[in-house]
Design a protein. Structure first.
Length: 587
RNA sequence: GCGCGGUUAGCUCAGUUGGAUAGAGCGUUGGCCUCCGGAGCCAAAGGUCACAGGUUCGAAUCCUGUACCGCGCACCA
């Protein structure tokens, strides 16, 4: 691709002029006077070469000028920028490249040869997915898709906390609701799950088992309530993910770690490495850390000592307990055992998508892995920040306590999965933002989702119109150089150039784990097209009596449409061929 | 008190990893349909990039400190 070619040429130039290698950037400048591509290579080299940047730039420019089939003009400007203008032929080649690659345009053709695990959602199976899970779910899904396109072998995993306190509380909540269904007056425990879905699960239990648990002891009913609770909740979670278009390849059960003794194995490993000690409390904790206003103080009375892991040696604030005094491992022990399996399973890169409220876990997990002498640089965490939901210009508040939750499935039903995805992915993961429901529903230009999809539909219509007029685009095989040579407008040049940047955008979005870059690219590309389309609607129409010109422009439109389609589908957003006009508002 | 994230136009957010004159959408004001989709486009107004230092050819971007906002700081998961 063009960007890659330029990159290679600059590398060669640096090599042959100075016998060096350097990290430089290639920009597509917004100012057209600065050419199609600009590089800071000369400025980066000043320290290595010990010469003024402009001198270096001139030397590199001289090298670059020899590649006249790709590069038309090279200029040195400002403090030492090298501005490169490419030949029209090179730009025309990207049209052919796009059409030849089709749906695979933008994807890395050669595999990276690396296995990546992306873990996301990992919601407790104690209830349905709600808005709090949505952002992480969409980001995790999009990051996975991007990494796949970048040539990685990706596994998408959901870790299920199917043992422990929370699910026991769920079991108990179900049982209480079950008794209620038989006419009993119940009082929910204060930590019980109040949601209506618990009643639904209780109904299923009643349907399947009748009244057989009414007289049973807790030891008897609990396993059954737990099992049916997990089954029903996981079923609901799967359904929600499916309607949201979020894929999961692998469901990893915390319970399986216990069954396979992974946790006791882990503890043995730590013990052999001398990383454990028995104590009443973590060594070295002082009162400064355990302040009155720290949350820890509120639970001090529950701390009874046990086996500690020396995480403080590896960057954690303090050592963490792994096994309680009664021999029961804590959640962290299972989580560390889980993360160890990621290394055991041979992944080269492991990504956890966390909500901001779990960011506190990161140092512990890293420390736990380093204590096992594993390379924690292979672990990477994407923290998605909180989202405020806005309706009618007001923040919508939720509270689990009162059962006031907004479900992921409700969101999809209300605004559709394309809009939900687009809006969640539009923002950088690590910034908070306001999610405006009214805007998302609006089928108008204020809504970036529709703006972008509309652009795609508009291109599709153009190709349909051409077909109706008997001037349909004949495809790559029949595309002639003469037709492409007709693309001479500055806007056309710009769009061709942007299109050529797409594979680079995919790589950048993937490697930086920032899907929003892709959507900004989409909006940018589509904006160019809308401008072009409107500006020339009277003078330079795509479909005209000039057969060659029409062929060239249709080829460009087909390539643009393909690029936009690929960009959107890489994020799981649909690219419609046709969109219905909104109904006129009756006034 | 400590840790993580944030602070850029009236609002919501970008800013290509340190580059050229800081951008987009919405909102405001004013324009553009004999037309391949006006669901669009063009133009104008709007900025002390939170504040103060520092690093260098060059800082919204990097380092330090301060202020404010969010999240977290449990032997819950």
């Amino acid at each position: 691709m063009l960007h890659g070619q330029i990159d290679a040429l600059i590398k060669d130039a640096i090599q042959s002029a100075f016998n060096q290698a350097a990290e430089f950037t290639i920009d597509a400048p917004k100012n057209p006077e600065h050419g199609d591509f600009a590089t800071n290579a000369a400025m980066v080299l000043t320290k290595l070469v010990q010469k003024p940047p402009r001198v270096i730039a001139e030397a590199l420019a001289e090298q670059l000028r020899s590649h006249s089939q790709v590069i038309a003009k090279v200029e040195v400007a400002g403090p030492g920028f090298i501005n490169i203008t490419v030949t029209r032929e090179a730009l025309y080649q990207t049209v052919r490249d796009v059409l030849a690659a089709g749906d695979r345009f933008g994807q890395q053709e050669k595999p990276q040869g690396k296995k990546v695990l992306v873990e996301y959602v990992s919601a407790n199976p104690t209830g349905p997915l709600h808005l709090g899970h949505a952002r992480g779910a969409f980001v995790g899904d999009a990051v996975s898709r991007l990494l796949q396109a970048a040539g990685f072998a990706v596994t998408r995993e959901f870790y299920t906390n199917d043992v422990g306190n929370q699910v026991n509380i769920l079991a108990r909540s179900i049982y209480l609701r079950y008794r209620e269904l038989f006419g009993e007056n119940i009082t929910l425990d204060k930590d019980a799950y109040p949601g209506a879905y618990v009643i639904d699960i209780a109904k299923v239990l009643k349907e399947e088992d009748g009244d057989k648990w009414l007289t049973a002891s807790e030891d008897e009913w609990r396993p059954r309530c737990l099992a049916i609770g997990l089954r029903e909740n996981l079923k609901g979670i799967r359904e929600s993910l499916e309607i949201a278009g979020i894929q999961i390849d692998s469901w990893f059960s915390e319970g399986s770690l216990h069954e396979q003794n992974r946790i006791s194995e882990l503890i043995t490993s730590y013990r052999k490495l001398g990383m454990l000690y028995e104590a009443e409390r973590a060594e070295g904790t002082d009162e400064k850390i355990r302040r009155e206003d720290s949350k820890a103080a509120n639970y001090a009375h529950q701390q009874k000592g046990g086996t500690f892991l020396r995480t403080a040696q590896f960057g954690d604030e303090e050592d963490r307990i792994l096994v309680r005094a009664n021999g029961e491992p804590v959640y962290l022990a299972a989580d560390l055992a889980y993360h160890k399996t990621k290394f055991d399973r041979g992944f080269d890169w492991m990504i956890d998508v966390f909500g901001a409220d779990h960011s506190g876990h990161i140092p512990r997990i890293r420390a736990g892995m380093r204590a096992l002498e594993l390379d924690d640089k292979k672990l990477q965490f994407v923290c998605v920040q909180m989202v405020r939901l806005i309706r009618n210009g007001q923040e919508v508040k939720f509270s689990k306590r009162s059962g006031q939750i907004y479900l992921l499935s409700d969101l999809i039903e209300e605004i559709g999965s394309d809009a939900a995805r687009f809006i969640f992915l539009m923002r950088a993961p690590d910034t908070q933002f306001d999610f405006d429901l009214d805007l998302a529903i609006k089928q108008s230009s204020d809504n970036p989702v529709f703006y972008t999809q509309y652009g795609h539909a508009r291109m599709a219509t153009l190709l349909r119109r051409a077909e109706e007029a008997g001037k349909s685009f004949g495809g790559l095989a029949r595309l002639s150089d003469e037709a492409l040579a007709k693309l001479v407008l500055p806007e056309e040049r710009n769009m061709l150039k942007k299109m050529g940047l797409f594979p680079d955008v995919v790589m950048r979005s993937a490697l930086s784990l920032e899907p929003h870059r892709m959507l900004h690219y989409c909006q940018d590309l589509i904006g160019e097209f809308h401008t072009y389309f409107t500006k020339y609607r009277h003078t330079e129409r795509v479909i005209s009596d000039d057969a060659l010109l029409t062929e060239g422009r249709l080829a460009m439109v087909a390539a643009l449409k393909q690029t936009l389609h690929n960009a959107l589908s890489l994020l799981g957003i649909s690219a419609p061929e046709y969109m219905h006009a909104p109904e006129e508002k009756a006034e």
